[in-house]
Design a protein around this ligand. Structure first.
Ligand code: ZN
Length: 141
C-alpha cells in the first residue's frame, strides 16, 4: 500500500469525480459495464483536465479510486477476482447527479449510498440541472 500525501488525496478525489461523471454519462446511454483497462485512455480523451497526463500516471491513480468505489458498492466486480486485477466491472445502480444546496458541489451518488453531499455531507441536495424536475413540483411555485 503506498502512502499518499494530501495533494495526492485531493487528486484522487478529483479523479473519482471525473470517473463518476464518465459513468453517469455512459449509463445515460445504457452502458453500465466498463473495462478497467480502457479507463485511463477514456479519461485522457474525454476530459481536458487530463489531456496532458500520461497513460501510466492515470493508470496508477485509477487503482485506489476503483478500489474505493468497489468498497462503497458503487460498482461491482463482474468476474469476482481480486481488486488489484479487476478487468470488468458494472455499476450497481444508476447514478444520480445531485447538487448541494449548501456548497453547490455536484455529487454522483449510487442508490446504495446515503443521499449526502460528498464534500460537506449536507443532505440538502437537488437534481442537477434543476430544470429536469418532475411536473408535480410546478404547483409549489
Ligand atoms: Zn455540500
Amino acid at each position: 500500500m503506498m502512502s499518499l500525501g494530501l495533494s495526492d488525496q485531493k487528486e484522487l478525489k478529483e479523479l473519482e469525480w471525473y470517473l463518476l461523471d464518465h459513468f453517469f454519462r455512459q449509463s445515460n446511454k445504457g452502458i453500465t459495464q466498463f473495462e478497467r483497462k480502457s479507463l485511463p485512455q477514456d479519461m485522457i480523451t474525454l476530459y481536458l483536465r487530463y489531456r496532458n497526463y500520461n497513460l501510466e500516471k492515470i493508470n496508477e491513480m485509477v487503482n485506489p479510486v476503483i478500489n474505493n468505489l468497489l468498497m462503497r458498492q458503487v460498482i461491482t466486480d463482474k468476474e469476482n477476482i481480486s481488486n488489484d486485477n479487476i478487468k470488468l466491472f458494472e455499476l450497481t445502480s444508476y447514478l444520480s447527479r445531485l447538487q448541494c444546496s449548501t456548497c453547490f458541489y455536484i455529487s454522483y451518488l449510487s442508490a446504495n449510498e446515503p443521499r449526502n453531499c460528498l464534500r460537506c455531507t449536507s443532505d440538502m441536495l437537488h437534481d442537477f440541472p434543476k430544470t429536469i424536475q418532475k411536473k408535480k413540483d410546478t404547483s409549489n411555485k
